[in-house]
Design a protein. Structure first.
Length: 385
């Protein structure tokens, strides 16, 4: 599946950089072009893979290249005032070659959380291709204002895109891990999962997959909007060493191959989701199994699909394989689209409500010092979950 990639804000730019890094390492082209959009000049300069000509500094008249900090509303304003510049950058992308747009952003800061929904709305107005969002939730230890920003951005972003893929930092940052190291590992994990998903249908050389996961399969899985979580698991193969004439391997036992695939699908679904959710609340699903062709058994994939149908309660489960001849792993990617029972989102919204109430209480005590932070028609958050 070919995408035009937009990284918005600091976290979004780094995620976009990591996706391009995975693409280069895999040798499979699925990003037609990429753009980084930020109000902080230093963040743009720190990117490694997005070309300088594709880095857009917005809001210079307001923030002078210093970023929006944690001011979500300023991020919205900067994006709205910079739409001409953003449109100009997107117009230079080879849109005729893309199947979809992907907008990546961290939802806790200022620029990404504020600007990403504005950009999604504008792209939806201009283009017929699907607009997908990739939203990274802040960790619970990052502070109440980041949670408040994430709750605000989430409810807007999910309405403006055709589907919102969500990655929860709380789930993936290990205890005691440094901030820089933790986020770098998280970005690599995001890139790996999206790389397997988007690269599956772009393999141009032999062997050809028995069941191709092309752009239409992905688009149909993500159709209908809402929130998507992605599971991933792999198992290492005991492969013969590579000799002068390549590997000399025996054909694996069919039962072992089937068991390996089904076990990997279970692990990806029940223990390794980007956003933990009640699997039974899934509306649509997709399974991609990758590895050496001998280990991609059609019966195993079909059994995995049937198991996923049973777990999710939906009959709309697609699946296919992604041959990687030299791989030493059998890997499984599970896409659960349209999930509605997500404890982390409920928790996020509750913390945001409490933070909002605290801010309002302070504003009541010092009305001239703090501006009104209430949003929504009734002064609260719109119910989603």
């Amino acid at each position: 599946m070919k995408i035009a990639l937009l990284g918005v804000g600091q976290a979004g730019g780094k995620v976009a950089d990591a996706i391009l890094g995975y693409e280069a390492a895999s040798g499979v082209d699925f990003v037609t072009d990429a753009v980084a959009i930020n109000s902080a000049k230093a963040d743009l300069l720190g990117l490694e893979r997005i070309p300088v000509s594709r880095r857009v500094l917005v809001g210079q008249s307001r923030v002078k290249g210093h970023g929006c900090g944690a001011d979500n509303e300023l991020g919205v304003t900067v994006a709205e005032e910079s739409l001409d510049e953003i449109r100009g950058a997107v117009d230079e992308l080879p849109v005729h070659d893309v199947d979809a747009f992907l907008i990546a952003a961290g939802l806790g800061g200022g620029t990404g959380s504020g600007a990403a929904p504005v950009i999604a709305r504008e792209l939806s107005r201009l283009y017929t291709e699907p607009i997908y969002g990739l939203g990274v939730l802040p960790g619970s230890d990052e502070g109440g204002i980041y949670t408040l920003n994430a709750a605000r951005s989430f409810q807007t972003f999910v309405r403006e895109v055709d589907n919102l893929l969500v990655f929860d930092n709380d789930t993936w940052r290990r205890s005691g891990e440094s901030l820089h190291g933790g986020y770098a590992a998280i970005n690599e994990e995001i890139a790996r999962r999206l790389g397997v998903l988007l690269g599956a249908g772009e393999v141009s050389s032999a062997p050809v997959p028995e069941s191709v996961v092309d752009a239409s399969e992905i688009i149909n899985t993500l159709a209908g909007g809402g929130v998507t979580t992605i599971g991933y698991a792999n198992s290492r193969l005991e492969r013969a060493p590579r000799g002068l004439f390549g590997r000399r391997e025996t054909t694996p036992n069919d039962s072992d191959v089937v068991n390996r695939i089904t076990a990997s699908v279970r692990q990806a679904t029940l223990g390794n989701l980007t956003l933990p959710a009640n699997v039974g609340s899934t509306e649509r699903a997709l399974v991609v199994v990758s590895g050496p062709p001998k280990y991609l058994n059609r019966r195993g994939i079909e059994e995995a699909r049937r198991w996923l149908e049973s777990e999710t309660g939906t009959m709309e489960v697609r699946g296919g394989d992604y041959p990687i001849p030299e791989s030493s792993y059998v890997a499984t990617l599970v896409v659960l689209a349209g999930v509605t029972d997500v404890p982390r989102i409920r928790e996020l919204r509750q913390v945001a409500r409490e933070t909002q109430q605290n801010l309002e209480a302070r504003a009541a005590e010092r009305p001239d010092a703090l501006r009104d932070l209430v949003w929504g028609d009734d002064g609260g958050l719109d119910p989603l979950f």
